[in-house]
Structure formats: structure tokens, C-alpha cells
Design a protein around this ligand. Sequence first.
Ligand SMILES: *Cc1c(COP(=O)(O)O)cnc(C)c1O
Length: 486
Amino acid sequence: MNKLSNFLVFNNTTLKNSFVKIENLGKGILLLVDDNLKLIRTVTDGDLRRLLLKTGNINITLDNLPKLAPVTITYSISNVEALKLMNDYAINHLPILGVNGDVVDIIYRSDLDKKILLSTPHLGGEEINYISDAIQTNWVAPVGPNIDAFENEIASYVGIQNAAAVSSGTAAIHLALRVLNISSNDLVYCSSLTFVGSVNPILYQCAQPVFIDSEMMTWNMCPKALERAFHYHSSLGKLPKAVIVVSLYGQSANMDPLLDLCKFYKVPLIEDAAESLGAIYKHKYSGTMGDLGIYSFNGNKIITTSGGGMLVSNNSSYIDRAKYFATQAKLNEAYYEHTEVGYNYRMSNILAGIGRGQLKVIENRINSRREIFEKYSTSINNPDQIKWMPTDVNGRSTHWLSSAILRRHHPELIIERLSNDNIEARRVWKPMHMQPLFRNCDYFTASSEIDNSRYLFEHGICFPSGSNLRQNEIDRVISSIHCAIM
Ligand SMILES: *Cc1c(COP(=O)(O)O)cnc(C)c1O
């Protein structure tokens, strides 16, 4: 990004030096300021050319420019209003003045037009080589060298023994339930605050979801609420067959107490790390601490295969079973022999190639998303208006989505205001215990007065967080949030 000081010219700057400057910056604008750096006027390449034509002297200084009050804005103006001003004055840029009247930034027409989305795919460049390889070697099937390599590479990245690449994160959860023999009327505990993809596979198995509340520290499953649920069901003599712990927005759940409880009650734990690949909890990677873990490579996740998922486990028999179920449960015979229901869930060798290219840049992607959160949370440091999701609780968060709690405004209002500035923001997941689909399911909180997942839904908001956001787009989001919460 160009530093603002590069745009400054003075009354005694020559026309020649101004041409050099404007050419080097490539933005078509300079800022003529006085000795106290107060803006006198903006200078476009057109202004410079007109002065040259009029005087024929390339060494003339800028004090010969006509005096012209500049059109300026402050951060409190919305992008829609800024665009209108640009149209009214037939200009393509506007200096932004700070509180003491100094120019703090310049906004360009090109910055205003582009829609800023929540999280979009961000290719690394090497994906195409793996895809071409797959096509040239005719491995265009749900079997092939990219799949094996991608499984090994993911396993070694997170530090786990076995992995199975599948067609989606949801498929991976379904397979996890299948290898744990979850069936009709079994209870399965799951975080209430999550995407429905965590829970639908429980219904595929005709099992019964039971929802567990979040804690405020990680926004993920509350150990106290889990304990209450276990206590209740053990007193009835009907324990759950599995617990699905979700790690949202790049922050791992508080795994130790959750694992301890599951061990105590001898119930397997599935980690839904669809949103937290690359997150670290006490030196371990998210997704590797339970009996089984899953990742998603959907288009909006931290890395993508356009669509896909991975099931991981240190127990090789789970992964072998999962691969068998994922290929129609075909027995190893010379003909097609089946004794159980299976699925067509394997990942294609072409998509695994995209995943291999993506995995090469995962640390860059994590750093970018962390920087975006850092910029948002330091620029908008206004705790009675907005409370940012806690950072790096027990390790490293990837900040897959920069999320916060709004204290004064309804999230819909802020989403609408950002949308007027062509910026996409979204509500936090609507908890499963509030969904009509699950209205008959049980829900456990830490105590009767608390419902954290409902609170997080009612006040939470997620801001654009794609690792491909440019600095000017991050600045646009920050100024838009500033205006929106005024
Ligand atoms: C995205 C997501 C899933 C599902 O992954 P897909 O690959 O889209 O099937 C599951 N759980 C959570 C928490 C997710 O965010």
C-alpha cells in the first residue's frame, strides 16, 4: 500500500517533480498541503497537464495552480454517500480528514464499487499443477495418488496417524458416527452453537441429538453443561453413544475438561474441526484430540478443495472402516458383494490436488486471518459497543471468521448498515436448540439462568475475514463498522 506521505506536495514543489510523483504512485492524485500539512487542494494529473499547457514551463511550482477548495470527507460518511459526492463533482477520489483536519487517507472510486464478502476461496498458485498432473496421468476418479498424498500431508500437518479424504465435512461426520456404530434412538451429544452440518448426520443415523450450551470464553462447548447432561443421563441409565464437540470460527474448544468427562463416562468424542483446521490447543492441533476428528474444505473454509472433507484418527481401524463405508461398503471379493449399507463419499483425485496446493499455503492463510482480526480488534477498541471474540484461548486461534458481540445494537441493523457500504457481514450460527428442526430435542446449559449460545446468536456478528482481503478493503470494513456502531 502507498503511504499517505508519498502523496504530499507543497507550494514549492515543481511541476516536473509532481509529474514524477503522480506517475510513480499510479493513483492519479496528489495532495497539496501547507507547511503544517493542512490540505490546500487535491491535484490530479489533469490539473498538472493544464498547468503545463498554460505556462509551458515544467519547472514552475505548484503555487501557480488555481485556488480550489478541496472536496473532502470524514470517516463518518458512508460509502454510498462518498460515491454520490464523487459523481456530483465528477471526481474519482476523496481525501478523508481526521479529527484535527489532517488528511488521514484517500478513498478511490475503485475501492467503493467492489463488494467485500465474508470469506472467499483463495488459491495459492500450485493447485493447477496438481490438477494438470491428475488429468495428464488420467487419475480423474475418486481414487489416485493425489488422494493418498493429501491424506498423508494433512495427517502429518496436524500430527495424526490416519486420514480419509471424503466429499464433505458433513460426510466425514456421518462416517465418524457410522464407525462408532451409532444407530436408531442412540443419544448423541453435540454443541448447540454450530452449523447444521454438524448435526444432520445424527438424523441420518436415526439417532437422537442432545444439545449442549457454549461457554463464553471459547464460545464452544461448556464443560459444566456437558457434565450436567452426563449426570442427568447416567442417572437414567442411558448414556450417549458419542459427543460431537465443535470448534467454531478458528478457536478450539476447551478440550481437556471435555475429554476428561468423556473418558470418565467412557463415551467417544468426535471433534468437528471444520472451522478450526490449523488451530492449536495446548500444543495439539484442533481435530486430533478426540477419538475421531473432521475437517471441511468447503469453499468458505480456511483452505478449500471447492468441496470436500477429511476424517482423521489415531485409530487405524476407524479410518479403514470409514474408507470401506465411503466406497459403498464393498467387500473385498472378486465380484460386488455387500453385507451393509454404504455411501459414495470419497473425494475425487482432482479435488485432492487442489487440497495439496492449498495445504502448502495454509500457514500464510492463518497468518492473514489472524492479522485481519488483529487490525479489526485494535482499530475498533470500544468495549461498551463491541466485544471481540476472545483471542488465542489455550493456544492459537486461526480467526477463521473475525467475530464479536454487539452490546448496543441488534446485529441485523449493523449487517444492514455494512451492506449499504457493499460489505457482507453475518449473524453468528443460530443454535440448534432454537431450530424448528430440533424443537423436540433436549438442551443442557451450565445452570438454569444461563443460555450462552442463545446470547451469542442474539448479539453476535461475523465480519469479512478472507485471507485475500486487501488493506484498503480491511480499511473499508473498519471505517464502515466505526460508522455503523456510532
Ligand atoms: C462447514 C461446516 C461443516 C460441514 O462441512 P461441509 O464440508 O460443508 O459439509 C460442519 N460443521 C461446521 C461447524 C462447519 O462450519
